[in-house]
Design a protein around this ligand. Structure first.
Ligand code: ZN
Ligand code: ZN
Ligand code: ZN
Ligand code: ZN
Ligand code: ZN
Ligand code: ZN
Ligand code: ZN
Length: 1752
């Protein structure tokens, strides 16, 4: 049975045998023998099965040790001929290492590539090399490695510049070309050769061995036992869960073991799951096979003899060993390469290396990994053998790829993945093309794998299922290889290269022929299609080939002869595709405007049409190159120009464009989404370069060779619009009689599309070769048109631009000429804005705009013009001239057919009531006219004499139609339209046209010598002013209306939740609600009454302003005064546990049931924080609201299991006004009234009174005990003033009482993580603690934000603090009085020793602010029974003074020795304090002796105390201010000097705090002694406890490195702490404590409260009391977690140079820390807003709610 046996013992007989073994002797024996091969094999046959695989559980450590001693050591002895430790060291010393770095990347390790210098993007550097290279100053790209692959540092072919880092810089003195073998003795070489040959042969034999029960000859074991393994192999078909489930059944193991088996199978590719005799293993096998064969092919399982497994284990070990040994010397490496590639007995392709490669797909993952690694460190690191290996690889290429396609492992586990290491080396690639015809091989292999063809031999893909997609993806890796081969273009061509490239192109054209016309569509009429046809496969193919096609063209562009040949081949291929082009088609004759042309009868809407035309498009690309390289002009005789038939060239591209137009026009609605998707991709930036763009070019090429009238007639005919424009009276009759609205609409759209197409044919001149432009003009224009839509971030622009095969857009070269960069703030991202001077290049009909882009851009540009006070016309921009080959295209503008069409549309516009026409149609016509005018103006400017200009557009548009119709001229129609009231929007454009006409006329009139060109942009300004004013007013009114609507929408959104549930409650209008939604009437803080010094505590305390406090309920809008006896008003509040201020994250969480929270430790390790959004409701309104939320939630949960951002079951809800996450409410209470100041007792007297009261309470409480211990307790003397039996009446109304319980219970429940129990005596303690903790946290925030103590808090925090303090002082009324008094007694006992209280903490273990707040707030319960006239104020002050002294003592005890002897700068001003403090310190020393170091300087001590006590004093001031409602002194509203004195005054303290002690020395001395003699003090001072020193610094999030890659590097070496050295897939950094965690993974799940949670969630419970802030390093994403169910992602504080984050690390731009943003995250954490932030994020994005956050 698998699990039972544990570590096996090595039988003792073996032990002696092993001990007597001598590696040296064995090696010496080997040196003598003749047949070494046989000897070594015998040795292995004897020992390997004795070392490996002796039982069910492998024991790698002892196995490896034994293997080293018995197997490797003799080999090393033999190899070196001496002790290997010296021999190998010598080898290493003599080695001259190659300059290649060759560092093999771990998974997740950062890699760097230079975007300027890398030969291609696969060239990468490791971090070490990168930091020592020149590229770190360049534009570089950073990615994380997927594992495998190595650093290219030192490879001169990989880098255009700077191929070496500092470390790998070649030493000039080195003769690096030297043969590395030269240094080795021939003997050594021979021995080496022998050993490598035998070991490699052995490894290859074993790894490729496929028999389960026998061994290769020579390895049969001497004694064969009957032990077998049941070996389970990895596949990519079955899921983890399936395997785990099956294993549990088959081998009867636990879930945990099954998980471990499955993990190993996944990682290593195989794992034995059972050990035993044959039958035993066979049984497990049959169960596994049976269980997994139901849905798919079964899991692969083999029952293997243990000796076979043993030899395979050692074979892997042997490969490792080879890799290790060759690491010592390049010479050894070369010998190994030689051995590996030596031809075997079977001739060609039979070397050991070949054998391994050819068996690759049969091996398990682990074996493949090991030998791939060895290849990388040997063959690929030796330049000579790399070449030889590449040749073998190319020879086997077809076989390897076929094996890979059939295999199901990922490509990274296939030997084919090594192609990148060779094919991307330009010299190797070129060599493989010419010598091994690699290009043809790759393409042919690719085509062979695509078998689905239709009758015409075109591809026909079946339904694109997941399985097919998987297969298809594997085939596509071939395209990747082709890309590698083509990626660097040749600078020189040999004839052989030309021949092989063109041969490759031929094969490529064969592929294209199969694609031309694939997936044809036919318009569906009548019914909707039944099944969406398959289209994805074809488009995937097209998309993958896009870069290849572009690269082929670029290769052609580097050699004229190749270009000419390629053009010819492509034309032949196209002709072949078109054979039968006119078959069966009826030729027809079209005539119009006196021109006629013959064409075929073909309707896109009726016949088959395909969007795939790669042959035509390749020809279009090559045609442009003819022009660009001027081949067309220099060698016209070599070109088959006469064979070109322009109508044939344009036919299919035109059909495709018409198809798009018809789809836009809605004619293909019944063809479903597949067609819509195809059209989308046809225009998409990923495909358009080799699809849409090339179709347009083909149209331009064809049209440039045709009569423009003929071209346009054919276009009209294909658009199926010919009948409209060809009729003689088309100007009048169009559509007049046509009543079918749909048809009219369709025709309108088609006309618009056609006009747009004509604009593009004439106007798109930015492709070099078509127009006379530079390469970067095109990209500039793209960017300009993107930015005309709106300012864009870098990444948005990149997405909108086509990338080349190097993933570059070329944007960086030109962006600064056309745009300016605007940096981001704390949120958002950096944006590029168009330079104003570029706006004039805007073309509304830019060919890459979608319709949506177009209208957005139009709107934006008109707005811009309005802002600049310009007219609204958006005329076409100036265009560059055409290249000569395309020059005739301009004539389209002035040809008769076009003018006829323009006239017709204008005529329809003149009589809008008659025909159907559209404004867009008119707009396009005006644009075309504008283009004509600009063209003419341009030509006039550029010609020296008027007569040169044959282009006379103005003349043509001024000419009226001929008789008999005598139609009006275009110009006349325009003048007519100028005043048409229904064309208001187009007025500016028409006016612009008329002005242009006039200006051109002037130009023509001022003939030849003296014309000047008037700028076309000036207008009659005056007439415009009036219009503009009107427009402006209208615009403003519109803006105001929109703003109103927006506000209304926002408000109704805010209240949606509440209104939905409480309709009847809502009567008030929204505006009123909004206006009164701010918090309570807050005049409290105006520091006006500064006549007398303000004091907040003690008998002298200033009176609070007499003021009714009136608030408005946000739910019912009623006003309500805050009084003890009125209806309760509550604040929405959120209580949470917190470790934000913890000084001790190692303290384990408390046991909630038994924890005593009365004293807070000064390390503040766990606190309870209360926050509020400040929104006030009636308690009954809130209750009704909450019940409604609950009910809704119940209904929702019944319907479907949806999560919400809040957990109703846990009391959570969203504030009905601001949707802030809340989990309870705090009641608002009136402030305490000032007491009448009669004579109050001094400290001594009060101590006595207090002692008596405590005694009385002790005895009273004892009586309450059921069994009194002894009744003879002495009666208290002071009972007359202390009515212990008196039970005071609660002053509060019933609703307030109820709310007191509500909030108390909530704080208790959350703070202790227990079930609610309002009876628990700890309830009030938790409330006091939360008050103190919240005060402390706010005090810290104010310091961190450098804000003054008072006046800078938002009202919501002021309100929250006041209600917390007042609640705290009232909460005893809701609890049992004896228990509160019990707390009081214990609190006091910590200060004033009380023999009846047994365990008081020592003062080093008490946080004094918590003590102060608790003792003051609990005193209420004692005071209620006091009748002596003792005022609360006096008691508060005594306690405050006492605790302040205690705090000073606490600080003196922890102050530590002087740090640096600084110049003591006190000039006597603080002399007194220094002397006093020395006195106090010395008193303490007398009590504690040597535990306290001697301190000479009072100055140092006073410094320590003064700075240490400040946070406490500030906290106390906040506390008393809010408790007693005393106004605050104005000096504390600013950060000015002298704060100390003001603060002390406000707190009724002497500014020399030591006076507190010295003035009452006799009374305090015994207390001091008591504190010091607590055993805990001595123990803590001697290092026995947590010693906290003061002041406690604010906690910060951890420091992050500036460069993000440092983090990636750190994370890449992080291994999962649970699964022994495995790389973690999602390393995640806790930003609070800096721990790295293995997140989102099975391995690190743990159980928390009975649930499996991921590493992050588990960590938050210890580190952040449930709240966590993490950085997911691989994703570059911040993760907020709260509890088990809440979480959200947050933008990381790392930005690239463009001010953008890179979540998911997809773009790879270098990232640097943005401190501002990190501070913002830190602030969220410090102010306890993380959970709130998650709530808002989840409300905004519901998909976040569904994520299983607890598994992260
Ligand atoms: Zn390197
Ligand atoms: Zn290097
Ligand atoms: Zn560089
Ligand atoms: Zn109300
Ligand atoms: Zn709110
Ligand atoms: Zn893990
Ligand atoms: Zn942590």
């Amino acid at each position: 049975m698998a699990a039972a046996e544990s570590d096996r013992e090595v039988p003792s007989a073996l032990c002696t045998e092993f001990l007597n073994f001598s590696a040296k002797d064995t090696a010496l024996k080997w040196l003598q023998v003749t047949d070494l091969y046989k000897e070594v094999y015998q040795h292995l046959a004897r020992y390997v099965p004795k070392i490996y695989c002796l039982g069910p559980n492998l024991n790698p450590q002892s196995e490896d040790l034994l293997a080293q001693l018995l197997l490797q050591a003799p080999l090393e002895w033999y190899l070196c001929g001496e002790d290997p430790s010296t021999g190998l060291a010598k080898l290493e010393q003599n080695n001259q290492p190659s300059q290649l770095c060759g560092h093999v990347f771990r998974v997740g390790e950062p890699t760097y590539s230079c975007r300027e210098c890398a030969a291609d993007p696969t060239c990468v550097l490791c971090m070490q090399c990168f930091l020592g290279s020149v590229h770190k100053e360049h534009r570089y790209r950073m990615t994380t490695s997927g594992g495998g692959g190595f650093c290219d540092c030192g490879d001169t072919e990989a880098w255009k510049k700077g191929p070496y880092c500092q470390k790998h810089e070649p030493n000039i003195s080195d003769s690096c070309q030297e043969d590395p073998l030269a240094h080795l003795s021939t003997d050594m070489i021979a021995r080496c050769y022998n050993v490598f040959a035998i070991v490699l042969k052995y490894a290859v034999d074993m790894l490729t061995w496929d028999k389960e029960d026998e061994l290769p000859p020579g390895l049969e074991p001497p004694d064969r036992g009957d032990t077998y393994y049941c070996m389970l192999f990895n596949d990519e078909v079955h899921t983890y869960e399936q395997v785990i489930y099956t294993l549990q059944k088959a081998v009867n193991c636990t879930q945990k073991e099954a998980v471990s088996f499955a993990t190993t199978v996944d990682r290593d590719g195989r794992k034995s799951v059972r050990f035993g005799d044959f039958a035993f293993c066979e049984q497990a096998k049959s169960v596994i096979v049976r269980n997994t064969s139901r849905q798919s092919k079964p899991l692969r399982v083999q029952v293997m003899h243990s000796s076979v497994v043993a030899h395979q284990c050692f074979a892997l070990k042997a490969l490792h060993w080879l890799g290790h040994v060759i690491g010592y010397s390049d010479a050894l490496r070369r010998i190994l390469c030689q051995v590996g590639l030596e031809r075997g007995p079977e001739g060609e392709n039979s070397s050991l290396v070949d054998t391994l490669m050819l068996c690759d797909s049969k091996m398990w993952k682990g074996a493949r990994n090991v030998y791939h690694q060895l290849f990388m460190s040997s063959l690929l690191m030796d330049l000579k053998y790399k070449k030889l290996f590449a040749i073998q690889f190319a020879k086997n290429y077809e076989r390897l790829q076929s094996d890979y396609v059939k295999d199901d492992h990922d490509r990274e586990f296939s030997v084919t993945d090594l192609s990148v290491q060779m094919f991307t080396v330009p010299s190797l690639a070129r060599m493989l093309i010419t010598e091994e015809n690699l290009m043809t091989t790759i393409i042919r292999t690719f085509v062979d794998h695509l078998r689905h063809r239709d009758l015409q031999g075109r591809f026909q893909f079946e339904r694109y299922t997941a399985q097919q997609a998987f297969k298809f993806r594997r085939v596509q890796s071939l395209i990747g290889d082709l890309k590698y081969v083509l990626i660097s273009r040749p600078t020189e061509w040999s004839d052989q290269l030309r021949e092989k490239f063109l041969e490759g192109l031929d094969t490529f054209l064969e592929l294209f022929k199969c694609m031309q016309g694939m997936d044809p569509v036919v318009r569906q009429v009548g019914q909707h299609i039944e099944m969406e046809p398959e289209w994805e496969a074809a488009f995937t193919l097209q998309m993958k080939l896009t870069h290849i096609i572009s690269m082929m063209q670029e290769w052609c562009a580097t050699d004229e002869r190749v270009l000419i040949e390629a053009y010819k081949k492509c034309l032949t291929a196209l002709t072949h595709c078109h054979s039968g082009f006119t078959d069966g088609e009826q030729p027809i004759t079209l005539s119009m405007c006196g021109h006629s042309v013959d064409t075929i009868r073909y309707c896109v809407s009726q016949e088959k049409v395909s969007i795939h035309l790669p042959v035509s498009r390749l020809l279009a690309g090559l045609h442009v190159l003819l022009s660009k390289m001027e081949v067309a002009y220099r060698f016209p005789e070599q070109l088959p120009l006469s064979e070109l038939s322009p109508p044939m060239l344009i036919e299919h591209p035109l059909r495709c464009l018409v198809l798009c137009a018809q789809v836009h026009a809605g004619m293909w609605r019944r063809n479903g989404f597949s067609l819509v998707n195809q059209i989308y991709y046809y225009h998409n930036v990923k495909c358009r370069v080799e699809m849409f763009d090339k179709d347009l070019i083909m149209l331009q090429a064809g049209a440039s060779m045709m009569d423009p009238n003929h071209f346009l007639m054919i276009v009209l005919s294909r658009f199926e619009l010919y009948h409209i424009f060809s009729s003689a009276d088309c100007r009048k009759s169009y559509n007049r009689e046509n009543t079918n609205k749909d048809v009219v609409q369709q025709n309108n759209t088609l006309i618009e599309e056609m006009l747009h197409l004509i604009m593009m044919v004439v106007g798109e001149r930015f492709e070099a070769g078509v127009g006379q432009v530079e390469g970067c003009d095109e990209i500039k224009r793209e960017i300009i048109h993107q930015l005309c839509i709106r300012p864009m971030a870098h990444s948005e622009l990149v997405k909108a631009l086509p990338e080349n095969e190097n993933k570059e857009t070329g944007m960086e070269r030109v962006i600064d000429c056309v745009a300016s960069f605007k940096k981001p703030g704390v949120t958002g991202r950096g944006l590029y804005e168009l330079r104003p001077e570029c706006a004039k290049q805007f073309n509304l009909y830019f060919h890459h705009y979608s319709r949506a882009d177009q209208s957005k851009a139009e709107e934006a540009q008109r707005k811009l013009k309005r802002q600049n006070g310009e007219d609204m016309a958006l005329p076409p921009p100036m265009l560059p001239p055409f290249s000569p080959l395309f020059a005739s295209l301009v004539n389209i503008l002035q040809c008769d057919v076009l003018l006829g069409m323009l006239g017709a549309v204008l005529q329809w516009a003149v009589e809008p009531s008659g025909g159907h026409w559209s404004e867009s149609m008119l707009q396009r016509v005006l644009h075309l006219i504008g283009m004509g005018l600009l063209e003419e103006q341009q030509q006039l400017k550029n010609s020296s004499e008027d007569h040169d200009v044959s282009f006379n557009f103005t003349l043509k548009i001024s000419r009226p139609g001929e008789a008999p119709s005598n139609t009006a001229s275009v110009l006349a129609l325009l003048e007519n339209l100028q005043n048409a009231p229904h064309l208001e929007v187009h007025k500016d454009m028409i006016r612009w046209i008329l002005k242009m006409v006039a200006s051109i006329k002037t130009m023509r009139e001022l003939t030849a010598s003296t014309y000047t060109v008037t700028a076309s942009g000036s207008h009659g300004q005056e007439e415009m002013v009036c219009d503009k004013d009107k427009a402006e007013r209208k615009r403003k009114a519109e803006m105001a209306r929109l703003r109103r609507e927006k506000i209304m929408a926002q408000m109704s959104e805010m209240q949606r939740h509440f209104i939905n549930e409480n309709k009847e409650l809502f009567q008030q209008s929204l505006e009123e609600l909004y206006a009164s939604a701010s918090t309570s009437t807050s005049l409290e803080h105006s520091p006006t009454s500064s006549d007398a010094a303000l004091v907040c505590v003690g008998p002298r305390r200033s009176r609070p302003r007499e003021k009714r406090q009136v608030v408005t309920c946000i739910l019912c809008q009623e006003e309500q005064e805050i009084r003890a006896d009125s209806k309760a008003m509550v604040l929405a509040a959120f209580v949470q546990r917190s470790t934000v201020m913890s000084k001790n994250r190692k303290r384990p969480p408390h046991d909630p049931e038994h924890y005593d929270p009365l004293f807070m430790h000064p390390d503040l390790s766990f606190g309870t924080h209360t926050g509020s959004c400040g929104h006030i409701m009636h308690s009954h309104c809130w209750q009704r609201y909450f019940e409604a939320v609950q009910a809704k939630e119940q209904r929702r949960q019944q319907r479907l299991r949806v999560h919400t951002s809040y957990d109703v079951g846990n009391g959570e809800f969203l504030c009905p006004l601001c949707e802030c996450l809340s989990n309870t409410v705090i009641p608002l209470l009136p402030g305490t009234k000032g007491s009448n100041s009669c004579e109050q007792p001094g400290l001594g007297q009060w101590l006595k009174i207090s002692g008596q009261q405590i005694k009385a309470m002790h005895s009273a409480h004892r009586k309450l005990q059921p069994v009194g211990v002894d009744a003879v307790e002495e009666q208290c003397p002071a009972t007359e003033n202390f009515r212990i039996d008196y039970t005071p009446m609660s002053p509060y109304s019933s609703t307030i009482k109820e709310m007191l319980t509500t909030f108390g219970t909530a704080t208790y429940k959350v703070g202790l993580k227990v079930h609610p129990n309002e009876q628990d005596p700890r309830v009030p303690i938790m409330c006091w603690g939360s008050c103190a903790y919240t005060i402390q946290s706010i005090e810290r925030l104010l310091v961190d934000e450098e804000k003054p103590l008072f006046g800078s808090l938002p009202c919501r925090q002021d309100d929250c603090l006041s209600s917390l303090a007042r609640f705290g002082s009232a909460c005893w009324t809701a609890a049992s009085q004896p228990s509160v008094q019990g707390h009081y007694i214990r609190l006091v006992a910590a200060l004033i020793p009380d023999p009846q209280v047994e365990t008081s903490p020592c003062i080093l273990d008490i946080d004094m602010l918590h003590l102060l707040v608790s003792v003051v707030l609990s005193y209420g319960s004692v005071h209620s029974q006091d009748s002596s006239g003792l005022s609360v104020d006096a008691v508060q002050l005594h306690f405050f003074h006492l605790i302040t002294v205690a705090h000073m003592v606490q600080m003196l005890l922890t102050s530590g020795p002087e740090e640096v002897t600084m110049e003591q700068e006190s000039g006597g001003a603080e002399r007194e304090e220094e002397e006093d403090i020395c006195a106090l310190y010395n008193t303490l020393r007398t009590h504690l002796g040597s535990s306290l170091p001697e301190v000479a300087s009072g100055w140092h001590l006073w410094r320590c105390v003064k700075t240490g006590i400040l946070p406490y004093l500030r906290g106390a001031a906040l506390f008393f201010h809010h408790l007693n409602g005393v106004p605050t002194p104005p000096e504390l509203h600013a950060l000015c000097p002298g704060q100390w004195e003001v603060l002390c005054g406000y707190l009724s303290l002497p500014s020399n705090l030591l006076q507190l002690y010295h003035s009452q020395k006799e009374l305090l001395e015994p207390l001091l002694y008591g504190w010091c003699s607590h055993p805990g003090v001595r123990q803590t001072l001697q290092g026995g406890g947590v010693l906290v020193s003061f002041p406690r610094e604010s906690n910060s999030l951890i420091d992050l490195p500036d460069d993000y890659s440092a983090l990636i590097n750190q994370a890449s070496s992080f291994t999962c702490p649970k699964s022994g050295g495995d790389k973690s897939r999602a390393p995640t950094l806790c930003l609070v404590c800096g721990s790295m965690l293995c997140s989102q993974s099975y391995c690190c799940q743990t159980e928390l409260d009975g649930e499996d949670v991921g590493a992050c969630t588990a960590h938050t419970f210890a580190c952040g009391a449930g709240v966590g802030i993490f950085l997911r390093v691989r994703e570059s994403q911040v993760l907020f977690l709260s509890g088990k169910t809440k979480g959200c992602f947050y933008a990381p504080p790392y930005l690239d140079d463009y001010g953008e984050t890179d979540q998911g690390l997809r773009r790879g731009n270098p990232l640097h820390l943005c401190r501002q943003r990190y501070r913002k995250i830190q602030k969220l954490w410090r102010q306890h807003s993380v959970t709130e932030e998650i709530g808002h994020a989840q409300e905004a994005n519901q998909t976040l709610v569904g994520i299983d956050w607890q598994h992260l």
